[in-house]
Write a protein that binds this ligand. Structure first.
Ligand code: HCA
Ligand code: CU
Length: 380
């Protein structure tokens, strides 16, 4: 299966409310993404602000010097000024977007469908004339009349775009529909390759991205920690794990996802919830007695991929849900010997506690000392 990742943390990700990356942070994130192995980095929309412009310039320089290997893209509205600014930066590819649904044509550009086709042909052709590769993004593609969407894509292709991004800008797709849409477009429009840009408004962005790949898309847009407008887009860590598990393709270095996630968490100021897939603090932490007994016997009972794949380790927490297997294991690890009766007494105390969220090792030792009447020394 041919599929790669375009990471848009520096463009879409910075469209998260409250997120602004400094120039240094942009460069550091781009380097980390390249080390991770993403095929493409959408480094920003250079016409937006001088610091984004400067950040892209530095990233392009590192690309020239071989420190970054991913293809570097600059985002651009379908206006010549934006194209000029992006091509001045010598990015590898310009990504030109235009809202093509009737809603967008009417409310934003105030163009007819026919006029829009002319603008698209004109601006894509203009970018090509600057000698740069072009991706055309059909913004709001998923609310666009299908016949018209095909005309849009063919117009962009004929003007020189070799990639078309199908943007689910408002996040309304679901997987079966996504697969059908991409299969249809791939069949109808030879000579280009397709990107899926899936927003997560219904929580289905990752599923839609996989479905698009089944339909023939070859690039998935993602951001670290799923950042982006409103609730964001495909989270890089989730889609990378899903592609590995379901299709056995490793689009990025899975063991580096945690460090890249932490880096972006720090620089974006957007905390990643502990229950976030793959890189969240609790992604491999188990709790219920039945679950912990299961993983102690064979981790595959409650894990579909070993945490080591992602450079992580498994753990479990102790509270009133705990069973005797977990407790026995925990005391063994602490190097404290309790007989069965004592163990049961400790467990009874834990279960009858009200409102205690976690029993740390020190709490467990305290309870065990109470039960045994001995001073217990844990293994250092
Ligand atoms: C936006 C633009 C975009 C573009 C996606 C792309 C979208 O509305 O901010 O270039 O592939 O979601 O349509 O992010
Ligand atoms: Cu978007």
């Amino acid at each position: 299966m041919k599929v790669g990742i375009l990471d848009s943390t520096l463009r879409e990700g910075e469209q998260t409310p409250g997120v602004v990356f400094t120039m240094e942070q942009r460069v550091e994130i781009a380097k980390a993404l390249s080390d991770l192995g993403v095929s493409m980095i959408e480094a920003g929309h250079p016409a937006v602000s001088p610091d984004i412009y400067e950040g892209i310039k530095r990233i392009v320089k590192l690309k020239r010097e071989g420190e970054i290997t991913s293809e570097i893209l600059g985002h651009s509205r379908a206006v010549k000024r934006d194209v000029e600014i992006a091509s001045e930066l010598e990015v590898d590819r310009i990504a030109i977007f235009y809202g093509v649904s009737d809603i967008h044509l009417k409310a934003k550009t105030k163009t007819t469908r026919e006029e829009a086709l002319n603008v698209i042909a004109d601006v894509v052709g203009y970018a090509k004339a600057h000698g740069v590769k072009v991706r055309f993004t059909a913004e709001d593609a998923t609310r666009t009349d299908l016949n018209y969407l095909v005309r849009v894509a063919k117009t962009a292709r004929d003007a020189g775009a070799d990639r078309i991004s199908i943007a689910d800008t408002v996040g309304i797709l679901y997987p079966t529909k996504t697969r059908e849409l991409f299969s249809y477009l791939v069949r109808e429009i030879p000579g280009v390759e397709f990107d899926i840009h899936a927003h997560n408004d219904l929580g289905m962005a990752v599923a839609n991205a996989l479905a698009a790949v089944e339909g023939g898309a070859t690039i998935i847009h993602a951001t670290v920690n799923g950042l982006g407008e409103r609730v964001g887009i495909v989270a890089l860590q989730s889609v990378a794990a899903a592609l590995k598990y379901h299709f056995n393709v490793e689009v990025v270095r899975l063991d580096k996802l945690v460090s890249v996630s932490s880096l972006v968490e720090k620089y974006s100021g957007i905390p990643t919830p502990p229950n976030f897939p793959i890189t969240g603090d609790y992604a491999f932490v188990h709790k219920a007695g039945v679950h912990v007994a299961g993983i102690l016997s064979d981790p595959r009972t409650y894990e579909f991929m070993p945490p080591e794949t992602f450079g992580r380790s498994r753990d479990y927490v102790i509270d009133k849900y705990t069973g005797k297997h977990a407790l026995k294991d925990r005391f063994e690890r602490l190097g404290v010997k309790l007989d069965d009766r004592e163990m049961e007494q400790v467990l009874a105390k834990i279960k009858s506690s009200q409102g205690t969220r976690y029993f740390r090792d020190v709490d467990l030792l305290e309870i065990a000392e109470e039960v045994t009447g001995k001073v217990l020394k844990p293994r250092p």
